[in-house]
Design a protein around this ligand. Structure first.
Ligand code: ATP
Length: 568
């Protein structure tokens, strides 16, 4: 009798998530990112209503009245470490001095630019002033408006920290709270899997999907073996490294199995639901378990393999939760992959294979082995490439040192173009300071959004090869330098990669002489850090003007300058 009732109930259509009543009703082609244009990568894509967690409306313009957190200061302490890593080994006092007015972020990092935005906050590429390495720092978008909001944010950091490191999990570094905002420092990746897949050509891509499946099954095996379930598996929460290795991130909904009974979960007021497009059907009944991750991974792989967007409601959503794969899409996939997907999308969680069972399937084992070899080969090549760069750079420095110091004094040295790698080095540094700190305790200026074209990690490549860099101390006559001005709009518009004659940005990043030639445009950069070191609020260009009007008669003096600079 009871079996009959259960069967009837399980066949009833699942309730639809009501808050998505206007959502798409079926599978649709993936929305592609338009080529990155002037304003940041994010803005255009975030305004699309179809992109749920990935796409948020832009933040409303500031109204006249101050936010609650400005009226009620909730945290007297300006900087509170939230991770054990930071409490146990805080940065040395020469890096972070709490008595200074600048924020912890300003003192410890150089902001290299915005990587992306999510519903929780903004993610920045930074360089640590402590160890010189690059990281990603996620900052909550809003100051906390209460304890529950704060607890929710802090949980993500704590959850992440308690996971043991794994090659397919984003490495946690540190977390802290400052001025009512949460900061999470993690390893730097290249982009998210969602963004990566949106940039792929249309059409199914089964080989890539097998690779994704293998990486994410490894990540889930690690999580589940430690007693955790992720509960928000989706391409937007997966990051991809330069070598193409996938790393699972965003542990805001991470839950221990033992905390997962329906009553306990409901009792936790602040437990959020994951993205309904990828949500397992049993979660709507409050049945939380690791099988939910298997289902969400199945939906994600289906989406990635067929290169479509999965529905967030309607018939398509219901059918997927009844174990019916859209044959018009999956027909193009191999039987092997179809079988695995079918198993992962079984509606009943108890009938779904566990991650370990999936990893034991012959088809998965075969692809996992291939994937392992592929990743190792790429990672080895990348390491070799960076080793070669390193050796070439030092080789050049040593060669130029001996070459110049051994030359007889009377020999006129042959003028040489500055080494390309020195351009790279020098220009990467200034681009690192696109957002410099204001020293304000509120820290907002550090994160000011330039209206620049592409602040992605690869942005600097666009201009590196054209400019030579120098920082000097004499203001440029006629260039109307304003130490406080930090608008990057001029240079960040489309003409930056061309002749940088109109680049002017002071107090924060870079200055280029007017009408400087591409060959010897003098670009100088400053940040608060560098300006403090130099004892001034901006750095400008010496000798730029003579070089701007480049004439044969002063060519010799230019070479002499170069030689003098090169002499040890
Ligand atoms: N470690 C990282 N390395 C490189 N890029 C990152 C990193 N972390 C995040 N990003 C970029 O920032 C974007 C937003 O990050 P993330 O998704 O973590 O924010 P979020 O607020 O938690 O988003 P949501 O809650 O909507 O999932 C990502 O899509 C990705 O492009």
């Amino acid at each position: 009798m009871s079996t009959t009732v259960e069967t009837t109930v399980s066949r009833m259509p699942l309730p639809l998530p009501t808050h998505f009543s206007h959502a798409e009703r079926s599978f649709s082609l993936k929305k592609r990112h338009l080529p990155v244009s002037s304003s940041s990568t994010s803005n255009s894509s975030y305004s699309s209503p179809d992109r749920l967690s990935h796409s948020l409306p832009p933040r409303p313009p500031s109204k006249g009245c101050p936010t609650l957190s400005r009226v009620f200061h909730q945290h007297s302490s300006p900087w509170t470490p939230l991770s054990h890593s930071l409490s146990m080994s805080p940065p040395p006092s020469n890096v972070y001095d709490p008595s200074k007015q600048e924020t912890y972020f300003s003192q410890c990092f150089t902001n290299l630019g915005l990587l992306g935005r999510g519903s929780f906050g903004e993610v920045y590429k930074v360089q640590s002033n402590n160890d010189g390495r690059q990281y990603a720092v996620k900052r909550s978008a809003q100051r906390f408006r209460g304890n529950s909001e704060r607890n929710r944010s802090v949980r993500e950091a704590r959850n992440h920290e308690c996971l043991c490191p794994h090659p397919h999990i984003v490495d946690f570094v540190a977390a802290w709270e400052e001025c009512g905002r949460l900061y999470i420092q993690t390893e730097l990746c290249s982009t998210s899997l969602l963004q990566h897949s949106e940039n792929q050509p249309p059409g199914p891509d089964e080989p890539a999907a097998w690779g994704y499946l293998c990486d994410l099954l490894s990540a889930l095996q690690h999580l589940h073996s430690q007693g955790f379930m992720h509960l928000d598996i989706k391409p937007a929460n997966v990051l991809i490294t330069d070598s193409g290795r996938l790393k699972l991130g965003d542990f805001g909904l991470l839950l221990k199995f033992r905390d997962a009974s329906a009553t306990e979960v409901k009792e936790k007021e602040d437990v959020q639901e994951g993205d309904p497009r990828y949500m397992a059907p049993e979660l709507l009944r409050g049945d939380y378990g690791p099988a939910a991750d298997v289902f969400s991974l199945g939906v994600s792989i289906l989406e990635l393999a067929c290169n479509v967007e999965v529905p967030n409601g309607g018939q398509g959503w219901q059918q997927l939760r009844q174990g019916r794969l859209p044959s018009e899409l999956t027909n193009g996939l191999s039987t092997e992959l179809q079988t695995v997907l079918q198993m992962m999308l079984v509606p009943e969680p108890s009938e779904r294979p566990t991650v370990s069972e999936l990893l034991d399937l012959p088809s998965v084992r075969k692809h996992r082995w291939k994937r392992h070899i592929h990743l190792k080969a790429i990672e080895t090549m990348l390491k070799l490439a960076s080793l070669c760069q390193f050796v070439a750079y030092f080789g050049y420095r040593i060669f130029s040192y001996f070459h110049l110091s051994l030359l007889p004094r009377w020999t006129k040295p042959v003028p040489s173009t500055p080494p390309k790698d020195s351009w790279d080095r020098d220009l990467t540094l200034p681009l690192n300071v696109l957002h410099t700190d204001s020293g304000s305790p509120e820290d907002d200026d550090v994160f000011m959004q330039p209206t620049g074209p592409d602040l992605s990690p690869t942005f600097s490549h666009g201009i590196k090869s054209r400019l030579c860099v120098e920082s000097t101390s004499t203001p440029l006559p006629g260039s109307a330098l304003t130490p406080t001005q930090s608008n990057l709009g001029d240079w960040s518009s489309s003409n930056l990669p061309q002749t940088p004659s109109s680049i002017h940005s002071y107090g924060s990043s870079l200055t280029v002489t007017p009408s400087a030639s591409p060959l010897c445009a003098k670009l100088s950069f400053s940040s608060t850090n560098s300006s403090q070191r130099h004892g001034r609020s901006w750095v400008t260009i010496e000798e730029a003007l003579p070089r701007a009007s480049f004439e044969p008669k002063n060519l010799l003096s230019l070479f002499e300058d170069t030689t003098t600079e090169e002499q040890p």
